[in-house]
Design a protein around this ligand. Structure first.
Ligand SMILES: Cc1ncc(COP(=O)(O)O)c(C=O)c1O
Length: 302
């Protein structure tokens, strides 16, 4: 590797995206995509938007989508930032809050991109092992972190920690707490999302993705919800035109067809139950999944 790179970049591995099968018959799900198509309303809105207006830049702050998302999630538009996938928002957050050597804490195993982003930023990674039942480890609460990540439901375990634990964590950490809710639409029961907690905790950022429940991984759309102060700071760091015109239209149309998303989520929840039952019957230990995937292992550890 030529010596031009910063040392941490020269020695790092780089994030490895999910494998892409070359066989055209495969149903690709290994990046936890949705097997069902996006809403027909999204496809029709995209067809209508494919016009010569594409010569123009998109709205810099995606204001129309911010308003639609704010309405859908019960917050104000100033509490929402739209990203080119929630991955972009994760990257913005690390750039906003992590200086060289600053501590970034997350329970392990979890979404591997957190590790990569902190390496790029030259922060200090502090990975705390999850408890065997995937409840939040007690050590997470006392880490003096600049940034703490909790993926909820977690990937790869699919497990969900209750909001009471998220509240306790938000209260305990001195820095910013990011709750990554890429899979939360697949969870059952009420009080699953931490979005309402942004009214109480000035250090809380909640991320959503349109890649999973809305079947729009190919369009790259994510949302961050937080206080106006945090969103205003994040805007300074993002690219000027971070969401393209078509993605903006697709996401807005997806939010206008919640029943489509809910129907597909229902099908996936039923499939998840069936798969979990079948794996248990085969003698595997199956973790209680609230996501669109199931983790199982051969050895019994709890
Ligand atoms: C936990 C988690 N967060 C974020 C993402 C990225 O989502 P997006 O497609 O919105 O960038 C993924 C994608 O697999 C994920 O598993």
């Amino acid at each position: 590797m030529p010596g031009y790179f910063r040392k941490n970049i020269a020695v790092m591995e780089g994030y490895l995206p999910g494998e892409r099968p070359q066989n055209g018959d495969a149903i690709k799900l290994n990046t936890n995509e949705n097997p069902y198509p996006p809403s027909p309303r999204v496809l029709s809105a995209l067809r209508k938007a494919a016009t010569p207006s594409l010569r123009l830049y998109p709205e810099p702050l995606s204001d129309s989508l911010r308003s639609a998302a704010a309405h859908a999630y019960g917050v104000r538009p100033q509490n929402v930032l739209v990203g080119n996938g929630s991955d972009e928002l994760l990257s913005i957050l690390v750039r906003c809050f992590v200086g060289v050597g600053d501590r970034v804490v997350y329970p392990l195993p979890t979404y591997t991109l957190y590790d990569t982003l902190v390496t790029i930023q030259d922060g200090k990674k502090v990975a705390v092992p999850y408890a065997p039942d995937f409840s939040l480890p007690e050590a997470l609460y006392s880490q003096e972190a600049a940034l703490t990540f909790v993926c909820n439901p977690n990937s790869p375990s699919g497990t969900l920690v209750p909001l009471d634990e998220i509240e306790r964590l938000a209260r305990s950490v001195p820095g910013v707490l990011v709750v990554d809710e890429a899979y939360v639409d697949f969870a059952e029961g009420d009080r699953r999302s931490a979005i309402p907690l942004i009214q109480t905790f000035s250090n809380l950022v909640v991320l959503r993705s349109f890649s999973k429940s809305f079947s729009l991984a190919g369009m790259r759309i994510g949302l961050a919800c937080a206080t106006e102060e945090i969103i205003t700071g994040m805007i300074k760091v993002k690219d000027s035109y971070n969401l393209n015109r078509l993605s903006l239209v697709a996401a807005t149309a997806a939010l206008q067809d919640m029943p489509w998303m809910a129907r597909n989520v229902g099908r996936i929840q039923r499939g998840r139950k069936q798969l979990s039952r079948g794996l248990k019957r085969l003698g595997l230990q199956v973790y209680p999944s609230q996501a669109n995937f199931v983790m199982a292992r051969r050895a019994r550890t709890f």
